[in-house]
Design a protein around this ligand. Structure first.
Ligand code: ATP
Length: 405
């Protein structure tokens, strides 16, 4: 099995990610986050929001609607330009990206001429499916910030430079293969539109690049590379874009983007030509999750372990009574468990070795075992995930230090 398959299988086996609509045979390029996966996702989003919104004076958040007026997408250029070039195989009728294939990769058949395929999902408001009632599911969160620029500026009383941030779902009708949660039909973005004076764009761009790199290191990502877009690769709104690419098991591909969008969007929505300029750092939640899992996944001699940063780990501490049929041990373990105020798990199933393996595979940094010595002197065995070293610690001290975390 290749590494990616092993990671997908671990995610399924341990309740991190399940194939979407699995009991109906699955729906391609959709995935559901399970009990541990959703904790990781939530930790990523909370850390991001705290760092870029709560603790900064110059950035405020919003949550805009997924369905927006169709004219938003005309003005932004998405109706005309948010397309992939596609061709059909004349033999087997499968559809492919014509910028990536000359012949059908499946049967070798000849491909038809290129057709532009818009990536936005279309739906209808009300009972009549007509062009007049058509709306799109947003393909990016950014436009929510642009259309609210004036509302936010007037109410948050911010002066340039300042930013508007948002975390939310975006939808794209992707036809290229997914690679697990790397490319999905619905995904979450964490985006900032940072409004600046035009003359400062180079300085602000550099600053945001370094902010993004610091974020990567702080959540445990080291295997990334910076790649600047060539002129012919730039989006219609951008003067300079870099991608932070991650070295996934299936290759080096985009993780995040940083774009200088000029004043294109505000002008497109009707602001005057002296509208502020914009630097846009954009972070995909699902690709963050994937990169974190890929980097944390380690196969060691007798175990598989996710070496997640404690801030990211879904469970911070697991509590084990040494034996499940010893009432005193279970009672004491329950007592310790109740005192811990972090996300935690109680496990009295099977032998201790098996319980450790399970916690290793979901990345729990510490396991506490309550044994007979605990009953005598109020100490527990703490086992550390990465070194697998064990030490005895007083319960009071331990609860204090874990709860502080
Ligand atoms: P790609 O070239 O891989 O399609 P993109 O350049 O179109 O990506 P952007 O429009 O810059 O992506 O979107 C911003 C961020 O949203 C990306 O950096 C990525 O993290 C995330 N993202 C985009 N499309 C998807 C998708 N289909 N599935 C999951 N995440 C996505």
């Amino acid at each position: 099995m290749d590494t990616m398959q092993k990671i997908i299988s671990l995610c399924k086996r341990r309740g991190l990610v399940f194939p979407g609509s699995e009991i109906y045979g699955g729906l391609a390029n959709t995935w559901d986050y399970g009990p541990y996966g959703v904790e990781i996702i939530k930790n990523i989003k909370d850390l991001w929001w705290e760092r870029f919104v709560k603790l900064r004076e110059d950035i405020v958040g919003i949550q805009s609607a997924i369905l927006m007026h169709p004219r938003v997408w005309e003005s932004s250029g998405h109706v005309a330009g948010f397309t992939d070039p596609l061709s059909d195989c004349k033999k087997c009728k499968k559809r492919w990206r014509s910028d990536q294939h000359q012949k059908c990769p499946e049967c070798g058949g000849e491909l038809t001429g290129e057709r532009k395929f818009n990536l936005m999902f279309k739906t209808f408001i009300g009972p009549v499916e007509s062009e007049a009632s058509a709306v799109y599911l947003r393909p990016e969160t950014a436009q929510g910030m642009f259309v609210n620029f004036k509302n936010v500026k007037d109410t948050a009383r911010k002066k340039l430079p300042f930013g508007i941030a948002q975390i939310g779902k975006a939808f794209r009708n992707e036809i290229t293969p997914g690679n697990f949660v790397f490319r999905v039909l619905e995904f979450e973005q964490m985006e900032i539109e940072y409004f600046i004076e035009e003359k400062n764009w180079k300085k602000e761009f550099k600053n945001w690049q370094s902010e993004m790199e610091k974020w990567c290191w702080d959540i445990g990502l080291t295997q990334y590379k910076i790649r600047e877009h060539d002129q012919n690769e730039l989006s219609h709104y951008s003067k300079k874009t870099i991608d932070i690419e991650y070295i996934y098991p299936f290759g080096q591909k985009e993780l995040y983007g940083l774009a200088y969008r000029t004043n294109y969007d505000l002008r497109a929505h009707g602001s005057s030509p002296d509208a502020p300029h914009v630097i846009e750092p954009t972070f995909g939640v699902d690709r963050t999750f994937l990169a974190i899992i890929c980097e944390a996944y380690k196969e060691e001699k007798d175990r598989i372990v996710l070496k997640l940063k404690p801030e990211i780990a879904p469970i911070k501490v697991a509590v084990f009574p040494l034996l499940r049929n010893q009432k005193e041990l279970v009672k004491k373990a329950r007592e310790v468990f109740t005192r811990l105020k972090v996300s935690k798990e109680f496990d009295d199933n099977g032998n201790i070795g098996k319980r450790y393996r399970r916690q290793d595979e979901i990345g729990t940094p510490h396991c506490l075992t309550i044994d007979f010595e605990t009953l005598k002197n109020n100490t527990v065995t703490v086992r550390e995930r990465d070194s697998m070293k064990q030490k005895r610690v007083e319960i009071d001290k331990l609860c204090k230090s874990i709860n502080q975390f």
